[in-house]
Design a protein around this ligand. Structure first.
Ligand code: GLN
Length: 488
């Protein structure tokens, strides 16, 4: 059951071989056994979870079941869920109980899935290792000395350790793909605008996008079918006809043109990751695909551009946390200004403060043109690189992360080193394109390697097809870390 696909779980539920209450109970039991080690979950609400499972069982009994009805799903603690504490990994929201559902949560509720719990994350989704969480770091189930990646590290760990069959994440610069890569699972960041940001705690609004994390591409397609949908409450939500993201899964790959960006196989990529990625590409050739070299010449600008734009947007989004309306308020203060200052000084962690300072700086009078405006122009060039590349290929492939999972503490004292771990993922967000990561081998240290697949706008069904065919031919996605076996 731990390695069952979502389709198999749904079939067991529909066939009454197991009830949703039993299934949720089994995963809650595993969470209780494993979470003290991994710290993947920050909030559980067992009674509410079982109540939702009971309701799902009734839906199924009444013949109103949908494809994922009764399946438990863990949610990144960035999605507001009515009545659930929603912290975004921050002390600032440590006591915040959401009074409404995010659109994503609403969609999962309507689909009859069961909220298994809220997963740990870097504070306000700022980070690549989960070490920036107010609730402590998450451990990588492949090796507890290693980070699980970030910012959706709790979701990634929960799926990898089989504490949840699937989870949600968000990706502003790589936060679904990089933790998926580092923990050996699959994750997809959809085209910007497909998944509503309503009720998703905002970091950098022009880059943030929700998406699913699971064991396989097939599972991702079912989850995407639930998550994607127009929402008038998000002004960047796209109004498009509904798609079945699993419709092309089985298509043969003969004739597929894979673009390999020269810049993604250059200095900075560790040799073991390169070897695994090349082996995966070899497998694609055996499946009938052709490869062509493409170039994304502005790749090296993506990190500096991102670290102007994302902090600029974050500084604006985070101005709402003032200790007045909701969230943390300093217990002692002299006057109103002092209350603002102390609440923010005590409520935010160091990385969040660093970004607020950078953001307000680049937006300030006199620097706006030199930094913010310039970064916007470069963002356009980065997006143009991809449209040029897609003239020669159907999908782009490369590594998701330059290294396998690094050790806890290894990069936490050097923010720039930490930022560089997103070198292959960030440009995708700047361009608004869809990107995914699937497991494709292990490094010299035995830790997982992720293959990144980047598609053109709205090509999610094609990308999932490309990933699924590989997963039919290989078994990297089916491997389970030793530590997870301890959960019984
Ligand atoms: N690691 C990047 C950052 O720290 C991206 C995070 C994300 O995608 N949310 O901003």
């Amino acid at each position: 059951m731990l390695n069952s696909s979502l389709k198999e779980l749904a079939a067991m539920l529909a066939g009454k071989q197991i009830s949703s209450v039993e299934l949720a109970g089994e995963f809650l039991r595993r969470i209780k056994a494993l979470n003290p080690v991994y710290n993947a979950f920050v909030t559980l609400a067992e009674e509410e979870t079982l109540k939702q499972a009971q309701a799902a069982d009734e839906m199924i009994a009444a013949g109103r079941g949908q494809p994922l009805t009764g399946v438990p799903v863990a949610h990144k603690d960035i999605f507001c869920a009515n009545g659930w504490r929603t912290t975004a990994g921050s002390r600032m929201l440590g006591n915040f109980v959401a009074p409404y559902d995010a659109h994503v949560i609403e969609r999962f509720r309507q689909a009859g899935t069961v909220n298994l719990g809220k997963t740990n994350m870097d504070e306000f989704a700022m980070g690549s290792s989960n070490e920036n969480s107010h609730f402590g770091p998450v451990k990588n189930p492949w090796d507890v000395r290693a980070v699980p990646g970030g910012s959706s590290g709790g979701s990634a760990c929960a799926v990898a350790a089989r504490m949840a069959p699937a989870a949600t994440g968000t990706d502003t610069g790589g936060s679904i793909r990089q933790p998926a890569a580092l923990t050996g699972i699959s994750g997809i960041k959809p085209t910007y605008g497909l998944v509503s940001r309503y009720g998703m705690v905002a970091f950098a609004s022009s880059l943030d996008q929700g998406g699913p994390m699971a064991k396989s591409a097939e599972d991702l397609s079912l989850l995407l079918n639930v998550m994607v949908g127009f929402d008038p409450r998000d002004s960047t939500s796209l109004q498009r006809e509904a798609e079945d993201y699993g419709r092309d899964l089985e298509r043969p790959l003969a004739g597929l043109r894979i673009g390999l960006p020269r810049e993604y196989f250059a200095a900075g990529l560790s040799t073991d990751v390169e070897r695994a990625v090349q082996a995966a590409i070899g497998e694609y050739r055996r499946l009938g695909a052709q490869t062509v070299e493409v170039t994304l010449p502005n790749t090296r600008l993506s990190i500096p551009v991102y670290y102007v734009l994302a902090p600029a947007e974050a500084s604006s989004n985070l101005s709402r946390y003032d200790g007045v309306r909701y969230g943390y308020r300093a217990p002692e203060y002299r006057d109103l200004a002092d209350m603002y200052q102390k609440s923010r000084a005590q409520g935010f962690g160091p990385e969040v403060k660093r970004r607020i300072m950078i953001g307000t700086y680049v937006l300030s009078h006199g620097y706006y043109d030199a930094y913010y405006l310039q970064a916007q122009k470069l963002r356009r060039l980065i997006a143009r690189d991809f449209s040029e590349a897609f003239k020669h290929c159907d999908v782009i492939m490369g590594p998701t992360s330059p290294t396998t999972a690094f050790n806890l503490g290894e990069k936490s004292s050097d923010p720039v080193q930490m930022y560089l771990s997103d070198i292959y993922t960030i440009a995708v967000n700047l361009a608004g394109l869809p990107g995914m990561s699937i497991p494709a081998g292990v490094g010299d240290d035995g830790r997982p390697v992720g293959l990144q697949i980047i598609g053109n706008y709205f090509s999610e069904a094609k990308m999932l097809n490309v990933a699924h065919r590989y997963q039919q031919a290989t078994d990297w996605h089916a491997r389970m870390p030793e530590g997870a076996k301890a959960g019984g």
